[in-house]
Design a protein around this ligand. Structure first.
Ligand SMILES: NC(=O)C1=CN([C@@H]2O[C@H](COP(=O)(O)OP(=O)(O)OC[C@H]3O[C@@H](n4cnc5c(N)ncnc54)[C@H](O)[C@@H]3O)[C@@H](O)[C@H]2O)C=CC1
Ligand SMILES: O=C(O)CCC(=O)N[C@@H](CCC(=O)O)C(=O)O
Length: 469
């Protein structure tokens, strides 16, 4: 039986191994469990989710340890990921009530119109590796509250975290048939996505995969497809007196999680006169960033990227940007022979007319110096993605212009591009999503509305257009 092995990026040690799952078996199990779960009262499902939150809380340290080891992210950051898994439950309960619960609408005499929502059935969830618990959980919890059953395939790079998450659902009394774990890679992902017996797919991952899935789902408009994809996110720094604070926001935006966030800033757009002093501040901060293994003491700011292949691709991308005319401001370097620890790379692309509009998923920031705010906006919008964008400037009028003109689903002011709230909708436009935002709005894609005109008495008359008897 083929096996999947999970390796700790920081050390190369084997963390977990397990057999690749069978797609048909998992879907059949979920199909079997679904009707029973959907017919339970909402209060029952909510109680089950609250028990799940308690189970996760009681296992928070081992959970954070697995996330940290498997992704390489610092332990402090893995702990915040576990906290978001817990917090997701109450947020999703509120979101369900607000966005997809029952309502009675105005209607003519003797009748009523009721709005209710129904679950889709069996939903497939495909997860990414960068938030291997929080992001799939952001689909799974709302899906279960709405009454769906779920087949969850974690990233092939983070199966241990996926298995831990599913075990927490089962330990909290969610029937094993309602949340199924499918271990596997892209092949299993494809088989799951194309299986005739799923009712929809909730995906978080790269735009490349999302586009392939969108194509595949073109033949099945009856199935729900929610795509949360990547970004090529801009951060503009303009007319700000506090360059240190601006530098902190840029560094947090670009290099938190070793740049492995879909909301990470990939492009710094700065007014020309501020560029040198701002970059000097950023450089000084980068010198001080601790890069180390997840459990190191003192705690690192960031760990390695996910694996050596990703690290190789990022260093090659850095070289390719400089070959195309970019001017390296900080070289991206491998810190430890044979392990994927990278130093932040910063490259000035201002004089390069050709822009490669791709998401470089790691600690790599491109810089663009511009002369006017109009140029800054044009540069910021010079992308087919549209996930997050930030303006760093004390000027509210500039923020008004930025807000009105920037094309993104998350538009921030004097805040990092990342760190989005689970209590708000989360999603982007362009290649960043398919207009089915997640987080607070995940409730919307986990259920469909059913409108019923209802009257208890069988009473009817045709008032117009009848001949006398
Ligand atoms: N917008 C958002 O909410 C977020 C987006 N991301 C994006 O995710 C990416 C990083 O995650 P990755 O794991 O590298 O993404 P990925 O697209 O490589 O993989 C995501 C999942 O899809 C599966 N998969 C891969 N190819 C497939 C195919 N052809 N058919 C079906 N399934 C397939 C993988 O096994 C994995 O479970 C980045 O691009 C990042 O921006 C990450 C987190 C949040
Ligand atoms: O999905 C949610 O509950 C909120 C969105 C969220 O957590 N965003 C994070 C991480 C997403 C990523 O970049 O992979 C963020 O904006 O930093």
């Amino acid at each position: 039986m083929p096996e999947l092995v999970s390796t700790e990026p920081a050390t190369g040690a084997t963390l977990w191994r397990g057999p690749v799952g069978n797609v048909d078996t998992e879907i059949a199990a979920a199909r079997g469990g679904w009707a029973g779960w959907a017919s339970r009262p909402l209060a029952y499902r909510i109680e089950a989710m609250r028990r799940f939150a308690n189970v996760v809380r009681s296992r928070s340290e081992p959970f954070a340890d697995i996330i940290a080891r498997e992704t390489g992210k610092p332990l402090w950051e893995a702990r915040t990921e576990v906290e978001t898994v817990v917090a997701k439950v109450e947020i999703s309960i509120s979101a369900y009530a607000e966005r997809t619960s029952q309502r009675r609408l105005e209607s003519p005499m003797n009748a009523r119109t009721a709005l209710r929502h129904k679950p889709h059935g069996v939903l497939a969830v495909l997860g990414p590796y960068n938030f291997p618990a929080h992001l799939p959980n952001g689909h799974i919890v709302p899906a279960l509250i709405a009454g769906n059953a779920v087949v969850f395939k974690p990233s092939e790079k983070t199966p241990a975290t996926g298995a831990f998450l599913v075990e927490c659902f089962h330990a909290s009394g969610v029937p094993e048939d309602c949340v199924r774990l499918l271990i596997g890679g892209p092949d299993e992902g494809r088989a799951l996505a194309s299986h005739p017996d799923i009712d929809g797919l909730l995906f978080t991952g790269s735009s490349r995969t999302g586009i392939a899935l969108n194509r595949q789902f073109a033949e099945t408009p009856d199935k729900i497809l929610a795509l949360e994809m990547g970004g090529n996110n801009p951060i503009i720094v303009w007319n700000t007196p506090d360059l240190y604070a601006a530098a902190v926001l840029v560094v947090q935006s670009a290099f938190t999680s070793a740049g492995q966030r879909c909301t990470a800033a990939r492009r710094l757009i700065v007014e020309r006169r501020l560029a040198e002093p701002l970059l000097a501040e950023i450089n000084r901060l980068c010198e001080r960033l601790i890069i180390g293994e997840p459990h190191a003491d003192p705690a690192p700011f960031m760990g390695p990227v996910i694996d050596n292949e990703a690290a190789d691709q990022l260093t090659e991308s850095f070289l390719s940007l400089s070959a195309r005319g970019g001017r390296p401001l900080r070289f991206m370097q491998r810190l430890v022979e044979g392990r994927p620890f990278l130093t932040p790379g910063i490259i000035d692309m201002s004089d390069t007319p050709e822009r490669a509009d791709v998401e470089l998923f790691g600690p790599l920031l491109q810089v663009f110096r511009v002369d006017s705010f109009d140029d800054a906006l044009a540069e910021a919008n010079n992308t087919r993605y549209g996930l997050s964008a930030s303006l760093i400037s004390p000027d509210p009028q500039l923020y008004d212009r930025f807000w009105a003109n920037i094309r993104a689903g998350i538009v921030n002011w004097n805040r990092p591009t990342n760190g989005a709230s689970s209590g708000a909708p989360f999603g982007g436009i362009g290649l960043s999503g398919n207009h089915r935002p997640s987080a607070y709005y995940a409730a919307d894609y986990c259920a469909y509305p059913v409108v019923s005109a209802e009257a208890e008495q069988v009473r009817a008359s045709i008032g117009i257009g009848l001949r006398n008897q």
